[in-house]
Design a protein around this ligand. Structure first.
Ligand SMILES: [Zn+2]
Length: 142
């Protein structure tokens, strides 16, 4: 299943090849202080493949906080955060914001809350390496 998504203005867009095909997509409302403020709801499939395309990289703000192990790719034009990446042992992992998906029916989303408070950094990175999208590429500009 090929999922397309983007920020509001289209500066950051992505294609997520969701494997294997699914009838339900987990949607995790994160309770961290950033996602609470932003309404961030994330999903990932470990066997999927994500292609991120940025039209104007100067207008993307990469925001980190806390353990600084994840980068929120914030569109500096429209303020939407379609993608979060985390660099772990040389590989890039990612989650995408379900609210930025263009061709997924809302009924497919299995919404749940998640809370990772109290998780130490090592456990956090292990969880991401296991659950986040394990193949992430950036489309070359132009
Ligand atoms: Zn934008």
């Amino acid at each position: 299943m090929l999922i397309r998504g983007s920020c509001h203005c289209g500066n950051i867009s992505y294609r997520l090849d969701w494997r294997p095909d699914a009838t339900e997509i987990p949607a995790r409302a994160c309770s961290c202080s950033f996602c609470t403020r932003h309404g961030g709801v994330w999903t990932s499939c470990p066997d999927g493949e994500l292609l991120i395309a940025v039209r104007d990289a100067a207008r993307v703000s990469n925001y980190s906080f806390g353990t600084r192990t994840a980068e929120f790719h914030v569109c500096a034009v429209c303020g939407v955060v379609p993608v979060v990446t985390s660099r772990i042992e040389g590989n890039t992992y990612a989650v995408v914001n379900v609210n930025t998906m263009e061709n997924v029916a809302p009924s497919m989303l299995q919404r749940a809350a998640s809370n990772f408070d109290g998780e130490d950094e090592a456990a956090r990175l292990r969880r991401r390496a296991k659950n986040w999208i394990g193949r992430v590429r950036y489309a070359s500009a132009g």
